[in-house]
Design a protein around this ligand. Structure first.
Ligand SMILES: *Cc1c(COP(=O)(O)O)cnc(C)c1O
Length: 480
């Protein structure tokens, strides 16, 4: 051990990683090699193992110093992939968040008066301008927004909800359970497929504190159906003085139909329809940071703000900064579609996605072909096979596939997309998938009918050369 610590290469490592971590790594490497030496027969082999020791020490140190939470490349075509962190932030929003994170800010400080301010003030006006609501605030996520709104406006009372809207969103958000923990009593009305205005009206009692509408974000009820519109429900509000709350799920500010996508109700429509309070996610179709936005009439938002849970569920300064930046992009819908990655990826014309697929396939073929010139063994013999990209290691092709919004948004709406397909020759598609996941910047793809593929709609164009480089030498495709 002492000898190793004196080794030139190892001494250099102590400068980079610190003395104690290197000592630990040396210990671990020695333990490993002791076990191995027991099995080794020849002296030459033992020598070779010992020669590799400094490299092994460095590998251990590298692994220890690597962050566990890392950037990955999303080749799944699921744009709002909850496992992969949902909405990626655009450059502007990320830069604003980073600047606010690394210094002091006027997070809760009113520069005008020099007094204590409100952290929602930085984006409240923008939300009101875009949506037409009077007041707005944000909390940790939309689950928190629903929870807080129910607790503040209906805690201890009854909330009337249609049976067709008792939704469960992935990751343990269930309307009935949310209701229970908020201390609001759920009063279900109507049936799964049909609920009428009279069902709501007959259920109103002295304990009724709110009507709740929930956007069926991740499923559709089709066939013989009937639901009560927000406008109709607002008629009852006038009669009984009970507020109408709408959980919109994905907050959408632009009419996605205009960009060739499936219709999603917008926040503006909810405001026009007369909703008293709406809640929606910051990191679904809005394309911002994880947050739950609560917007509505001032009297209700003030009550929600004053509830003790508002302090429990508040957002941090990075989120406030990112939200401010993303929301301000929406003052012009075309700017929003260009700057916000989620909208950009969803609306990108198929021909560009196809171009990206062909660029990636071309680059991979090129790096594999380069190898052929040196090693003469990676490609089948020229001609047609080479045109199709069939190598002895892999058959690469491009073709159409279906991307999706994901994140429980736009159910059933698939977006035409283009992918690069890989059929490895020496290894299985599952093995290629595993190797791609274990790259320095992990690449997450999909497998279908024995083929591994990368849906290019969710891949940033700038990552294409990196993905291709990993095929240099072809070892990612070789057996063993
Ligand atoms: C996604 C969703 C939620 C939960 O939002 P999070 O931001 O994930 O907490 C709540 N309600 C509806 C209708 C949703 O679609």
């Amino acid at each position: 051990m002492d000898r190793l610590m004196q080794d030139e290469a190892v001494r250099k490592m102590t400068e980079r990683y610190g003395y104690d971590p290197v000592l630990d790594a040396v210990r671990q490497a020695l333990d490993k090699i002791r076990k191995k030496l027991g099995e080794i027969q020849s002296e030459e082999e033992a020598e070779r193992e010992l020669d590799h020791l400094p490299d092994q020490i460095e590998d251990i140190l590298k692994e220890w110093s690597r962050y566990d939470l890392r950037r990955v490349i999303n080749g799944t075509g699921i744009i709002l992939h909850t496992g992969l962190g949902r909405a990626p932030l655009g450059e502007k929003a990320a830069a604003h968040a980073s600047q606010i994170a690394s210094g002091y800010s006027n997070l809760e400080y009113d520069l005008e008066s020099g007094k204590r301010g409100d952290r929602s003030a930085h984006f409240e006006k923008v939300i009101c301008r875009i949506t037409g609501f009077e007041a707005a605030m944000a909390v940790n996520n939309n689950a928190a927004a629903v929870f807080l709104t129910l607790a503040a406006l209906a805690g201890g009372g009854e909330v009337i909800v249609s049976r067709g809207e008792l939704v469960e969103i992935g990751g343990k958000f269930r309307v009935p359970e949310m209701m229970e923990v908020s201390r609001a009593r759920l009063k279900e009305v109507g049936t799964t497929n049909r609920t009428h205005l009279s069902d709501y009206e007959n259920a109103v009692g002295t304990d009724t504190k709110a009507f709740l509408k929930v956007h069926t974000s991740n499923y559709r009820i089709v066939g013989f159906t009937s639901a009560v519109s927000l406008e109709e429900l607002c008629g009852l509000r006038e009669k009984y003085g009970v507020p109408v709350i709408e959980d919109l799920g994905s907050g959408v500010f632009v009419d996605l139909k205009e960009y060739g996508l499936q219709y999603e109700p917008t926040v503006q429509e909810a405001a026009e329809g007369g909703a008293d309070v709406v809640t929606f996610s910051g990191d679904k179709l809005l394309g911002g940071p994880q947050a739950g936005i609560i917007a509505g009439k001032k009297e209700y938002i003030d009550r929600i703000r004053r509830h003790p849970l508002a302090r429990v569920l508040r957002i941090d300064k990075f989120t406030a900064a990112a939200l401010e930046s993303v929301l301000s992009a929406y003052l012009d819908p075309d700017t929003a579609v260009a700057e916000i990655p989620v909208l950009h990826m969803l609306t990108c014309p198929l021909r560009y996605v196809r171009q990206d697929a062909e660029t990636l396939a071309g680059m991979i073929r090129a790096v594999l072909r380069e190898e052929k010139r040196t090693a003469e063994n990676h490609l089948t013999d020229g001609g047609e096979a080479e045109e199709k990209g069939c190598e002895t290691l892999v058959c690469i092709s491009t073709g159409e596939c279906r991307a999706a919004a994901g994140g429980g948004a736009m159910p059933g709406a698939e977006v035409q997309s283009y992918a690069v397909y890989f059929e490895p020759v020496q290894i299985t598609a599952a093995e290629l998938d595993r190797r791609m996941r274990n790259l320095e910047i992990p690449v997450i793809g999909r497998i279908q009918e024995g083929k591994y593929f990368l849906d290019m709609r969710s891949v940033d164009e700038q990552d294409i050369p990196y993905i291709a480089e990993n095929f240099r030498g072809g070892s990612i495709l070789k057996k063993g």
